[in-house]
Design a protein around this ligand. Structure first.
Ligand code: AOF
Ligand code: ZN
Length: 428
């Protein structure tokens, strides 16, 4: 199937593609792209710089120079109108002499919110908005969710066997999907501010949760473990690499945590790969944050077999009263221990948004996935279905192809090797 698209859509599509380049690098700013087009030729193009500044428009205009006069600017987000750390992009566009500005998404930031468009119109520039808005919104989803819902945009990633299982009880990591899907997941990690798993998954899989694609190793997200009893072993890969890529252990150590601590410890070894953890959820933005260490460096991904035994041996869930010692041992390795109420995932997400995290990838396991779904805190589900069954002792996925929670619509499918990929988005 093919479709005739207008020049505006064609250039905006290119701008949206470009804007994805710095996703995960510009927090708390959005990654915006701008193209300056004169007589059908791109004379300037830029994306928001890592760290969030300079903004896209000023860089693209600098590249275009005098050629910007009379040109059209394509911007994925409304140009800013406020004096922040840099002067307003709307002023820069006016000064450049562009004749027309085409925008995909209007900026919800209260300092902008339509004022950027008015400034341009008042200066006699032709302005059009809403071009490829759905695609623009998808690329800006993290920023828009944090602005409007005051929490990160949450993507749930599930790798499901052909019989709907996430893994096998007690089997550690089980390969369900192939290398192409795994590469896609690593791209996703590179684009995302933080990645989250439950302690069951951390114990069973001893995951790195880093991005290990060649050239993108520096783009790993902050790693978060829901760990009510502080069971993450100091010998785990996560703890040992905390000085290279930050790790936050979300622990239920406050007064609200009595219930959690009163329940039996998760026991070791934990249940299965990315599945069946004992955690619930976590939270409490104001209840306290422990210090983070720094300095030192350890390999992110030690070769298989380098660790002496499974990580479960390192930080056993002895007595709940030992949590202070366990927390201190992790902190000494550079892990941050964040104290939260495990029953209030929404509070955890607000706390993460407050510290600048706009996108969160939930990677497991079954119980963590279920608790995010139950709380209505999932915006997107990326479902990878492998070709083989797990069979006996399988841990069921909370959702499988064709049986998604209400409110999710299928936006896109793809075939990655022998796997089927489905991309679902919450429709509200
Ligand atoms: C643009 N172009 O490339 C980006 C914009 O803290 P500041 O001063 O950098 O402002 C942050 C706000 O700027 C952010 O909330 C959003 O409204 C806008 N981001 N605007 O014109 C850009 N990244
Ligand atoms: Zn700007």
């Amino acid at each position: 199937m093919s479709a005739v698209v207008s020049d505006d859509e064609r250039f905006m599509a290119a701008a949206i593609r470009l804007s994805r380049r710095n996703l995960g690098l510009t927090a708390t700013n959005p990654s915006v792209a701008c193209l300056i087009v004169r007589d059908g030729v791109v004379v300037g193009s830029a994306v928001t710089a890592p760290g969030g500044r300079p903004h896209a428009e000023t860089q693209a205009l600098a590249m275009a120079g005098e050629a910007a006069r009379g040109a059209t600017a394509y911007v994925t987000l409304e140009p800013c109108s406020h004096h922040g750390k840099t002067p307003p992009c709307a002023d820069a566009l006016i000064a450049s002499g562009v004749a027309r500005v085409v925008v995909s998404v209007v900026d919800p930031d209260a300092r902008v919110a339509g004022r950027g468009l008015s400034m341009l119109r008042d200066a006699g520039i032709a302005v059009e908005t809403g071009v490829l808005e759905r695609e623009g919104r998808a690329a800006l989803a993290a920023y828009l969710t944090r602005q409007t819902r005051k929490r990160p945009h949450v993507t749930l990633k599930l790798a499901v066997s052909s019989d709907g299982m996430l893994g096998r009880l007690g089997a550690g990591q089980v390969a369900i999907t192939g290398p192409v899907s795994r590469g896609q997941v690593h791209v996703l990690r590179a684009e995302t501010d933080a990645i989250l798993v439950g302690i069951g998954t951390a114990l069973a899989d001893d995951p790195d949760l880093t991005c290990r694609l060649p050239g993108l190793e520096g783009r790993s997200p902050v790693r978060i473990v829901l760990d009510p009893r502080v069971e993450l072993p100091p010998a785990s890969r996560l703890a040992r690499t905390a000085r290279d890529v930050p790790v936050i252990v979300v622990a239920a150590l406050g007064e609200e945590a009595d219930d959690v601590l009163a329940t039996p410890p998760s026991g070791l070894p934990a249940i299965s790969p990315s599945r069946g953890e004992i955690d619930g959820g976590m939270v409490s933005p104001n209840s306290g944050v422990a210090a983070v260490g720094n300095a030192g460096s350890q390999p992110i991904s030690p070769p298989e077999g380098e660790m002496a035994g499974r990580p479960e041996g390192g930080n056993p869930a002895a007595s709940p009263n030992d949590w202070r010692a366990r927390a201190a041992a992790l902190e000494a390795l550079g892990v941050e221990v964040l104290i939260c109420d495990p029953r209030r995932l929404g509070d955890l997400l607000s706390a993460l948004a407050t510290r600048g995290i706009s996108s969160l990838l939930v990677e497991g396991g079954a119980r963590t996935a279920q608790s995010f779904l139950d709380a209505g805190l999932v915006d997107r589900i990326m479902l990878f279905t492998g070709p083989d069954p797990i069979g006996k002792d399988g841990v069921a996925s909370p959702c499988v192809s064709g049986q998604m929670p209400r409110g999710f619509v299928l936006r896109h499918t793809a075939r990655y090797g022998a796997d089927i990929f489905e991309d679902y988005e919450r429709d509200d």
